[in-house]
Design a protein around this ligand. Structure first.
Ligand code: C2E
Ligand code: MG
Ligand code: MG
Ligand code: MG
Length: 284
């Protein structure tokens, strides 16, 4: 490092910045190519009710770039920065619908299965083609809109309120449902909860993590559940890793769970194996 600072007169600081910029550009380029080549895969994380039946699954996107898995936190953010999220998001939606159609046709889903939850980035939701695209995918795969749950985060509410509300209302009157992801961590003005057709609150993992100590996070979880119930919303907790967390949530009125306690996100064949195993348990 001492050498790098030396004769050239370029400071390490500047060199680091140049390196970072170069890394970013490389990432954007790779991402662009990956989208053209459809080099992504989807995994599915089961959602579980009080009876330990499977009520749905969340779709999560995976990408391995030059042999190295890239975290969605990284590549989804990069895609958002470049608007590559639009084609990527469309691929995720259409692939999700194709998979769900296949499961329906093969009749492999349990009766308790309600819907597939797909994460929707703010830019994707705000895109003027979003409604047409999502409805085309649903009808093109012989699904009904109620079989798809759109997961949005509070960051969406930074956009134009009227546009967001009318879009959500149109989609929701068509039968799509909305879940508010990572609830409690964003720019939440609770007034949004009054005006928007939100079907479900997803309690963020950071609250679930510390439940066991029965201190403030646990109190916050109580309050979220209470509030959601008062507003007639469904509640699901994400990041449930321990039985004690599930017990606490269930005792306080949260009836749906997602997390490593039940399953990590699974490739399609693993997911179907999980479904078979789970219904075998439920019937004996
Ligand atoms: P998210 O939507 O809140 O997804 C939940 C994340 O928590 C996933 O991380 C999941 O693998 C992880 N997780 C699930 N159960 C547990 C658990 O018990 N413990 C812990 N520690 N983690 C758990 P992942 O797959 O790395 O995704 C991270 C984020 O990237 C997602 O957060 C979402 O914001 C974004 N993302 C992932 N896939 C997509 C996608 O297809 N579209 C969009 N727009 N965003 C996506
Ligand atoms: Mg999510
Ligand atoms: Mg989440
Ligand atoms: Mg989260």
């Amino acid at each position: 490092h001492a050498k790098a600072q030396g004769r050239s007169g370029i400071s390490i600081y500047t060199q680091n910045m140049q390196q970072e910029t170069q890394d970013k550009l490389n990432l954007y380029n790779d991402l662009h190519q990956a989208i053209e080549q459809q080099a992504f895969t989807l995994v599915f994380q089961p959602q579980i009710n009080e009876q330990t039946e499977i009520t749905g699954a969340e779709v999560l996107c995976r990408w391995t770039n030059r042999g190295v898995p890239v975290s969605p936190e990284v590549f989804i953010r990069a895609a958002e920065e470049t608007r590559l999220i639009l084609p990527l998001g469309q691929w995720i939606l259409s692939e999700s619908c194709r998979v769900l159609k296949r499961w329906r046709q093969q009749n492999v889903l349990p009766e308790s299965f309600r819907r597939l939850a797909v994460n929707i980035s703010p830019a994707q939701f705000m895109d003027e083609n979003f409604e047409r695209y999502v409805t085309d995918q649903v009808s093109g795969n012989d699904l009904c809109s109620a079989q798809l749950e759109l997961e949005i985060t509070e960051s969406i509410f930074l956009g134009n309120k009227d546009t967001i509300r009318s879009k959500m209302q149109r989609l929701s009157s068509m039968g799509f449902t909305f879940a508010l992801d990572d609830f409690g961590t964003g720019y939440s003005s609770l007034s949004y909860l009054q005006h928007l057709p939100l079907h479900k609150l997803k309690i963020d993992r950071s609250f679930v993590m510390d439940i066991e100590d029965n201190t403030r996070p646990a109190r916050i979880v109580d309050s979220i559940i209470q509030m959601g119930q008062n507003l007639g919303m469904d509640i699901i907790a994400e990041g449930v890793e321990h039985q004690a967390q599930r017990d606490y949530l269930q005792n306080h009125g949260c009836c749906e769970f997602q997390g490593y306690l039940f399953s990590r996100p699974l490739a399609e064949d693993e997911f179907l194996e999980f479904v078979r195993h789970n219904s075998a348990l439920a019937h004996h």
